[in-house]
Design a protein around this ligand. Structure first.
Ligand SMILES: *Cc1c(COP(=O)(O)O)cnc(C)c1O
Length: 427
């Protein structure tokens, strides 16, 4: 009887197999070859049949050359930092692909001369926030604050309320970030109450600017008060307002969430914000404000180290100019529409212990602390939580009272089919 191992396809033949060759064009020949060798080894050990080698190789190949795995966010936390915050809109994704090649990011095709880098994104943001005389974009909101400290308070004081000394996440704190530039923090007021008089009393020749930070991931309630921007704006020193989440204009569902237009109209010199929270775009730090001050930020030597990539500029412009990004659609979806989708999923999961439950979603660490968004979820036995999280595609839900909840508010409608198949596979 012939040795079945002799029927194992050879390496060259496997690499020439059309589907494997196609994968090699994306993943690189070396990576694919190492998978081929591993699978041949498994076949030689008799653990799989020679006829199955091609299928096993294809199954073992990663979906792309990046090790990042797509995740369906079913947590009900809209701005989920650990899951990469905002999913980009289709128009932003198209823009990323276009910008991935060589582009006119810093070049005027009409004259053949160098042009203002990222002028399309800057113009889009300026049009969206007409109250801003100038706009600048950096790597993230932390970089925006860093640049303000470097350019506006070198060796000087930044006056900030004790109620606004925010830890952003992963152990990073805004006060430490600011002090790392050599600026000194001048804390005023108390944890729960700070008045404009507290700020005024702390001003002096050493003052670089007054900073107001939105407590975007916690709430101080009870006997509290803070100084309004209008009062801080009349103190005679620059006022930097970190609004955090990146709302460009007021949002009816989030009445307490600050926005760039309102802060500027109230007198802020500079407003800083993130691009990948409620704005729904790529990671970026947005700076809006006074023309002279923004120009000082833009010309500071450190600005070069904080500048954004062409991919960011492309995605940001498309997010601002294009249709409602997924982040905003998730925020604004009616609870009825979420219930209908959850009900349809439950019905399709015939034979699975699945039912529709009411749920409460949250905006997340990126903004609107304490805001509860009514939602709907598919409730499954708790053992699904791990199976879904480690499946393909990965689905991350929320475990509540020994049930695994898949909250539909953070799942994009076009992901429902994927979600259904993922649950069925775990059944
Ligand atoms: C999220 C946040 C930051 C940090 O923004 P990144 O874009 O993540 O750097 C800073 N300040 C506030 C108020 C925030 O909410």
């Amino acid at each position: 009887m012939p040795d079945p191992r002799r029927a194992i396809p050879r390496t060259d033949a496997l690499l020439a197999e059309p589907r494997i060759a196609k994968a090699a064009a994306v993943l690189g020949r070396e990576l694919v070859k190492s998978v081929v060798k591993d699978v041949q080894q498994v076949a030689r050990a008799g653990e799989i049949a020679p006829d199955d080698v091609v299928d096993v190789v294809l199954a073992r190949l990663p979906a792309g050359a990046s090790s990042l795995r797509p995740v369906v966010n079913a947590t009900g936390v809209v701005v989920h930092t650990n899951l990469g915050r905002a999913p980009l809109s289709p128009s932003a994704l198209d823009a990323l692909v276009a910008a991935g090649g060589t582009t006119d990011v810093e070049f005027d095709l009409g004259t053949g001369d160098r042009a203002r880098r990222g002028r399309g994104a800057l113009a889009a943001l300026a049009a969206a926030v007409p109250d801003a005389a100038a706009v600048h974009v950096v790597n993230n909101n932390a970089a925006a604050l860093l640049l303000c400290a470097l350019a506006l308070a070198p060796g000087r004081e930044i006056v900030v309320s004790r109620g606004e000394l925010v830890e952003i996440g992963d152990g990073f704190r805004i006060p430490d970030l600011l002090e790392s530039t050599g600026a000194r923090l001048r804390e005023v007021g108390t944890t729960n109450r700070t008045s404009a008089r507290d700020y005024a009393a702390a001003l002096g020749p050493d003052t670089g600017f007054v900073l107001k930070v939105h407590p975007s991931n916690y709430r101080v309630t009870g006997f509290t008060s803070e100084a309004p921007i209008t009062e801080l704006a009349s103190l005679g020193v620059p006022l930097v307002v970190d609004i955090g989440s990146g709302l460009l204009a007021p949002h009816p569902l989030l009445p307490d969430e600050p926005d760039a237009a309102t802060a500027l109209r109230a007198g802020a010199t500079v407003v800083t914000a993130s691009g990948d929270k409620l704005l729904g775009g790529p990671q970026a730090g947005l700076l809006f404000g006074d023309a002279d001050v923004v120009e000082r930020l833009r010309r500071h030597p450190a600005a070069r180290a904080l500048r954004v990539d062409k991919l960011t500029l492309a995605a940001l412009e498309a997010t601002v100019r294009g249709p409602l990004p997924p982040m905003r659609a998730a925020l604004e979806a009616s609870v009825e529409s979420l219930r209908d989708r959850a009900q349809a999923l439950v019905r399709a999961l015939d034979g699975v212990d699945a039912h529709l439950v009411a749920s409460v979603a949250a905006v997340g660490g990126g903004g609107a602390p304490g805001v509860e968004l009514p939602s709907a979820a598919v409730s499954l036995p708790v053992r699904y939580a791990t199976a879904l999280r480690t499946g393909e595609p990965a689905v991350v839900g929320r475990v509540v009272k020994d049930r695994c909840l898949l909250d539909l508010r953070t799942v994009r409608p076009e992901e429902d089919v994927k979600l259904l198949e993922a649950v069925r596979r775990c059944g």
